[in-house]
Design a protein. Structure first.
Length: 166
């Protein structure tokens, strides 16, 4: 039997995120131009410019460089927010009680998008949308991975359902 694999990479590339980012960039650029036009730069002016540019560069990197990679294969289910390798989570089939593709509300259920950990220890990794792969672990904890391809994910999950512990 051929090994069935599901892989997905998602980015924060929604039009409204880009719009907000462009608006913030324009406001910051206007402020920097005003500082530069005000005359010769002293140490305080240079500090303001640096403190304005550094957050923009960090935000740009985080917003457009971060991606959610997920994989389902014969070993189990894995998700990671790159470039943050500390976020890597792997679940072997024998650790999983059940797994299903579900609809959810990112704001209501997790307080938004990104890497979220609740007070109960449940975790979510999502970048957009409202559909996810919900993993119920033997220890009672839950883990959700957002997906933009629920039908494909469901088919691969179903193909490994006999390997679940539950």
């Amino acid at each position: 039997m051929a090994k069935v694999v599901f892989e997905e990479t998602q980015r924060f590339d929604q039009w409204w995120i880009r719009g907000i980012f462009i608006l913030i960039m324009l406001v910051m650029l206007r402020m920097l131009i005003r500082i530069i036009d005000a005359g010769p730069l002293n140490k305080q002016g240079m500090l303001i410019i640096v403190l304005g540019i550094v957050p923009i560069l960090i935000t740009t990197f985080l917003l457009f460089g971060t991606r959610l990679k997920s994989r389902i294969d014969e070993i189990g289910i894995e998700a990671v927010f790159l470039p943050f390798s500390f976020s890597r989570r792997k679940f072997k089939w024998n650790e999983i009680k059940t797994v299903e593709v579900v609809d959810y509300n990112p704001l209501k259920d997790f307080g938004g998008w990104g890497y979220k950990i609740s007070l109960k220890g449940n975790t979510a990794m999502n970048v957009k949308g409202k559909v996810g792969i919900k993993i119920f672990l033997e220890n009672g904890k839950q883990f959700l991975i957002g997906t933009q391809r629920p039908d494909e994910a469901r088919k691969v999950i179903d193909s490994y359902s006999s390997m679940l512990k539950g």
